[in-house]
Design a protein around this ligand. Sequence first.
Ligand code: C5P
Length: 233
Amino acid sequence: PRYFALIPAAGVGARMAADGPKQYLTVGGKPMLRHALDAFLASPLIAHTYVVVSPEDGQIAAVLPPAGVTALRCGGATRMDSVLNALRALQGQVGENDMVLVHDAARPGLTPALIAKLIAGVADDPAGGLLALPVVDTVKRYTAAGAGGEGAANVATVPRDGLWLAQTPQMFSYALLARALGAATDAKAITDDASAVEALGLSPRLVEGHPRNLKVTLPADIRIAEMYLAAPQ
Ligand code: C5P
């Protein structure tokens, strides 16, 4: 198969409390989105890179590298919609058996080495796969008290054995990803592409990622991302 990158960048970044969408915030001297684009451009394994922005986006042109990336102006209401709209726009250009690597614009620490590790680790498994990190913290589940239940909040420790934090890229065949996202009914439960594939009863492979591939969500994450960007890959 060929390998295509698809970056949904149609979010508004509400949690960043910034002026504009977070993918355009400057991180390490360039817009956050550009770091991810450059990682895919630098990978010899990637045939072409697509970025999905909202139809009203006025900033993407200034961020695109001179060649190798195509912007699709078909972002939707949710991340899932943005990815699905893009897949539909790419019908015919990307083959059914080609692999699509979906990557968040908010993860600027991606490297060509991580892209190669994902592709090698998934080994064209029909269920696809994703980068992920084993959980190192002790995990608590908090359940709020029900109506009228006084002090009945419940806290329990979830055994962290076998728990992983999903990163991106997440890689699936075009046909599988389009089928999984097209079949998804509960958009709230589908927080990443892999969860839509899992809902079909398939088990995507987990390939160990790297802390440098963190998702920039809160303002302080920018400093952490910059520290990794300045470090040797
Ligand atoms: O907000 P969050 O960090 O979960 O967004 C993850 C990714 O999904 C970001 O790259 C964001 O731009 C993208 N997204 C999108 N369309 C939406 C919402 C989010 O492409 N409607």
